[in-house]
Design a protein around this ligand. Structure first.
Ligand code: HAM
Length: 422
């Protein structure tokens, strides 16, 4: 038994899977960068009240799952359970909304929720997120959704769906809420569910139990009770998504776990992930900034689950950049080492991913390590090559090898790798 192990529910990534995780994170961020979102580094912990106000006191995320502690000055802080509240605090605090709108930011990193751990549900979860703040325009909603879609698509994922709905606004949602509460009050629900229905009736629609779902078949749905402005807005979002070639599914029963959503709301689910199928989600939030002491500006954003996207890629059998080297450099003997160190440095400066054999391994052991690394080529230098200022360049797939002048190795390797890639 090791003396210590990682905390429960905290996934760790290392070796080839570490490289694959990084590849997923970079791929999730790339479309946001291409769409003009700027990187923001937001704090990992914030004033607890920020999340209570921003995310909602009645949500599970805030009421049951936050890691909250007092700092040495007696202030209550919480590890961030999500990123939107922190970004909005940043915008308000630094008056970013007084500049060019929309403010477009992306962020990435760990978030913390004390959930019951299971496959794909972690206590330290990783997200790549974006927020676009200050403009209410259906074309912006479509852009944000398309950025998320492009991230999944560029990774090669195919078996995912985009679920889309509108949760209405301050003028149509209260009336719908009253209607839904009246409907729920007639049902045969247990005490806890009844209490939930009073606090947050929409969440009851998301109850997974068959006994509850059976009673919800005729429940009133927000999408049938949108005001004219929200209905038109939603139609326009759908129209722009069609123009962008983003496939979506109407999901009038979609419920999100966070309270701030209004109008456009969406979730990406993956077909092969079982119970934890949500690989990303987001939506528009009208009142969030004002509730945090800022102006009445609206925003829209998403959070994409990096851990779950990696699981989805693995489930679809996609090959990700596993950090495989292009070249493995092998020195046989002390004198060859200097030549190999020089060559490895040169190769890396040319952008070639290079590993070297260390220690005094014999040729056999070093060749085994080279094969295991997955490298395409090996550069081998022994006493004979040192005396000739040459090296053996070996193609590890075909087994073909040639002698190359030391000064020509980098150019030769680059051209062979290019040839192999074509
Ligand atoms: P969220 O739906 O709570 O939204 O989280 C976004 C994504 O993070 C989920 O779709 C899922 O992939 C991943 N995720 C959430 N919880 C876990 C967990 N326990 N384990 C593994 N992955 C998880 C938000 O956080 C919002 N801030 C998104 C947003 C941004 N909305 C507007 N702007």
């Amino acid at each position: 038994m090791p003396m210590f192990s990682a905390p429960k529910g905290v996934p760790e990534y290392f070796g080839e899977r570490g490289a694959a995780f990084l590849a997923v994170r970079n791929a999730l961020a790339a479309p946001a960068i291409h769409a003009g979102f700027h990187y923001a580094e937001i704090p990992v912990f914030e004033d607890t009240a920020l999340f209570v106000r921003g995310v909602g006191a009645s949500t599970d995320v805030v009421s049951k799952e936050m890691y909250t502690f007092d700092d040495r000055g007696g202030r209550s802080l919480s590890l961030r359970p999500e990123g939107t509240a922190g970004v909005m605090r940043m915008v308000v605090e630094h008056h970013l909304d007084r500049g060019q709108l929309p403010v477009k930011m992306w962020y990435a990193g760990p978030f913390f929720r004390a959930e019951r751990p299971q496959h794909g549900r972690y206590r330290q979860l990783q997200q790549v997120g974006v927020e676009a703040i200050g403009v209410e325009d259906p074309a912006l909603d479509a852009e944000v959704i398309a950025v998320a879609d492009e991230a999944f698509r560029a990774l090669g994922l195919q078996q995912y769906q985009l679920l889309l709905t509108s949760l209405g606004c301050a003028s149509c949602r209260p009336a719908y809420r009253t209607l839904l509460m009246a409907f729920l009050s007639e049902l045969d629900l247990d005490e806890t569910t009844r209490e939930r229905a009073l606090l947050n009736p929409l969440r009851v629609l998301d109850d997974k139990r068959d006994s509850v779902q059976a009673q919800l078949a005729d429940a009133p749905l927000m999408s049938h009770h949108l005001c004219e402005a929200c209905a038109t807005y939603h139609q326009q979002v759908c129209g722009y998504l069609d123009l962008l070639g983003v496939a979506w599914t109407d999901a009038p029963r979609l419920v999100r776990g966070l309270d701030y959503y209004t109008r456009t709301t969406f979730e990406f689910t993956h077909d092969l992930l079982g119970a934890q199928s949500g690989i990303g989600g987001g939506g528009r939030y009208d009142g969030l900034m004002a509730s945090l002491g800022g102006s009445e500006l609206s925003g829209i954003g998403f959070g994409l689950g990096t851990d779950r996207t990696l699981l989805a890629c693995e489930a679809e059998g996609l090959s990700l950049d596993a950090g495989t080297p292009d070249v493995f450099v092998i020195a046989i003997g002390a004198e060859a080492k200097a030549a190999c160190v020089r060559t490895a440095g040169k190769l890396r400066r040319c952008g070639v991913v290079t590993q070297m054999s260390f220690g005094d391994r014999g040729l056999k052991g070093a060749m085994k390590a080279a094969d295991k690394s997955g490298a395409r080529l090996a550069v081998i230098v022994g006493d004979h090559e040192v005396s000739q200022r040459t090296a053996v360049l070996k193609d590890l797939r075909s087994g073909q090898q040639i002698d190359v002048e030391e000064d020509d190795i980098a150019a030769r390797v680059v051209s062979q790798l290019k040839g192999a890639a074509q």
